[in-house]
Design a protein around this ligand. Sequence first.
Ligand SMILES: [Zn+2]
Length: 138
Amino acid sequence: MSEPGEKKAPAVRKIFPPAVNTETERFWKAAEEGKLLYGYCLACNEPHYYPRSFCPFCFSERVEWRQASGDATVYAYSIMYRSPTGPYTIAYVELAEGPRILTNLVDCDFEKIAIDAAAKLVWKPSDGGAPVPFFTLA
Ligand SMILES: [Zn+2]
């Protein structure tokens, strides 16, 4: 509970390290190099996120992993004002390559967030693991 006139502490949010397994290891290794990977199906030509060993649309195993440019637009968002660590924004962003990613919009003025606003990839260090992809306004 804050008292009137009390100075607010800066929002510090712990980012848990991603769980790495044999299926996700390649994704998180690329993340350590600052590369965001998504999946692309060679059978139905649909991009998807997260990348996986089969296409979530047609179940073909003819998929390849591609590097996203990091350019995106805001598809949907919600600002959570009441949180123990301060306000944050959860959002779906649509990559320039097509897939939509559930993420947080960080390091930006929440008042400037809008549907279709340009966004770009930023990496945040996790607590002892690979960096985690987030997005900010471009
Ligand atoms: Zn497919």
